[in-house]
Design a protein. Structure first.
Length: 506
């Protein structure tokens, strides 16, 4: 566990004292698609690329749209629950690639967030071309849910190091301008967390006065509470045709829409009085990101027999245009011969516009119909997350730095989704499983998803209820430093979805 955490800490950290400050984690947030949609799609684990007659496949293999024999309207409300178990693993030394021992290991703390979401809404218009070789020409339009950003987490514990190490490094590297409230070191100086030593000509902190023979500082109590909200949905416009009941072709124009907000409050307290003068500090930060983009998806399905379906799809990179608005504030309290004093300073609201290009995606699909009893299916998805790229206007050096971090931190993966359905008259029982390798380079952790569902399908009406659980373990660094101790937190996350789809055919 510790070795894996070390690996993640090194790979995910990117340091920058100026905007833009995006990193590999931000790129992954908008490149890691968790395909949602209808209850039927969720119930079989998303493994419907070879079968179609399912609106959600417009976001995976649009050739399935050609399977429709009637028009359809569907809506899918959902309940999304995210539970995060967080534990402070301790302080990590970047230069030495090792953890410092913790005198008092922290406990794991659970937090959860539940939201109502519209997972899918769609309309399919079915038509029959005049050419007898083409049996259908179908059009689809609607929205599919592809990303859930809702998460609360909290960690607490004692370890060495401080976030003021970060501000001190920036101040001595770039200097301090008290009139510029765009940079952390300037705001930290205005709040009293940094002092300028005229004799040495460098910026110092209360931690420099700590009597520590190891030179790494005294342990302090620290905690952070984070609250993230938002989602990513994709508007789809699709066209598909069926050639002689043998080959199906489909094309989707996707328009992802991003809405993400996060607020974090980080606190340090010197409860044991180990750091001279310092009492406590608070670092509050918030970020709001909105934007949209466009991509293209092309899919094919071959039906050599009535029972066998073989498919494939290619997704172009998504070009996302994003707008950030961020701000932060620092409060610092210390006690000296004059008594207890508190300082507070806040940044300006910092807007920033940039672009992200997500990776190409390649799908292979296979399915087998078991007479009238149901089917089993498999979907494979290959994606190279390290090929994601930022595009900044006027920040070429920072752009290169961020993209190099993506290339070093992320890797390509093969996602596997397996699903099946059992049919009895008008009723359906479904199950699904997903094997989702970690996108972080050097991490061999395997993430899994499980799903189950029930359905009712008549000639004109259908209803599908599904549950899905996806689990993953990720590392989190509250702040980064160049060579001072930095903190590392392990987050075990469980995503639960309950989806109900209601639809009509006409």
């Amino acid at each position: 566990m510790i070795q894996r955490s070390i690996c993640l800490a090194i790979l995910t950290l990117i340091l920058s004292s100026v905007l833009p400050a995006q990193n590999a984690t931000d790129a992954l947030r908008y490149s890691y698609f968790d395909y949602g949609g209808t209850g039927r799609f969720i119930g079989v684990g998303g493994a419907l690329g070879a079968f179609g007659t399912e609106f959600s496949t417009l976001s995976t293999n649009p050739a399935g749209l050609a399977m429709y024999r009637s028009s359809e309207v569907v809506v899918s409300p959902a309940l999304l629950l995210t539970r995060t178990s967080s534990q402070l693993e301790g302080a990590f030394l970047p230069e030495e690639n090792s953890f410092l021992p913790q005198a008092d290991p922290s406990q794991s703390i659970d937090e959860s967030r539940t939201v109502f979401n519209l997972n899918n809404i769609g309309l399919v218009v079915q038509s029959n071309p005049r050419n007898p070789k083409f049996t259908t020409m179908n059009f689809g339009i609607g929205f599919n849910h592809i990303g859930n950003f809702n998460q609360h987490f909290f960690f607490e514990g004692s370890s060495v190091g401080s976030i003021v190490d970060r501000w001190q490094e920036f101040a001595n590297e770039f200097g301090v301008d008290p009139n510029n409230a765009s940079f952390e070191e300037n705001v930290a100086f205005n709040a009293g967390a940094l002092l300028f030593d005229e004799q040495s000509g460098v910026y110092v902190t209360d931690y420099d006065l700590t009597h520590d023979p190891n030179g790494i500082g005294a342990p302090v109590k620290r905690s952070q509470r984070a609250r993230a909200e938002g989602s990513m949905s994709e508007m789809v416009l699709s066209l598909a045709t069926n050639y002689d009941e043998l080959l199906m072709f489909g094309l989707t124009v996707g328009v992802p829409i991003v809405n993400y907000r996060i607020s974090k409050t980080y606190v340090e307290e010197d409860e044991q009085g180990l750091v001279p003068f310092f009492d406590d500090l608070t670092f509050e930060e918030s970020l709001s990101t909105t934007g949209s983009g466009v991509n293209f998806k092309f899919g094919m399905i071959l039906r050599p027999t009535q029972a066998i379906r073989i498919g494939g799809a290619v997704h172009s990179p998504t070009g996302l245009n994003l707008n950030d608005e961020s701000d932060f504030a620092i409060g610092y309290t210390f006690t000296d011969d004059q008594g207890t004093s508190s300082g507070f300073a806040e940044s300006d609201v910092l807007p920033f516009e940039y672009r992200i290009r997500t990776p190409w995606r390649y799908f292979a699909n296979a399915g087998f119909i078991i007479q009238r009893y149901g089917f089993i299916s498999v979907d494979l998805e290959w994606v190279d997350y390290s090929s994601a790229e930022f595009r900044y206007n006027g920040f070429q050096e920072e752009e290169n730095f961020a993209n190099q971090g993506i290339n070093n931190s992320l890797q390509s993966v093969m996602n596997v989704r397996i699903g099946g359905e059992f049919a009895y008259k008008l009723f359906r029982i479904r199950g699904g499983f997903g094997l989702l390798p970690s996108p972080f380079a050097g991490d061999t952790e395997q993430n899994f998803s499980y799903s189950a569902g029930l359905g009712y399908r008549s000639e004109k009406f259908f209803a599908d209820l599904a549950w899905k659980n996806r689990r993953e373990t990720v590392g989190y660094v509250p702040y980064g430093t160049f060579d001072a101790p930095q903190q590392f937190v392990n987050n075990d996350i469980s995503f639960h979805s309950i989806v109900l789809s209601l639809g009509m055919r006409y």
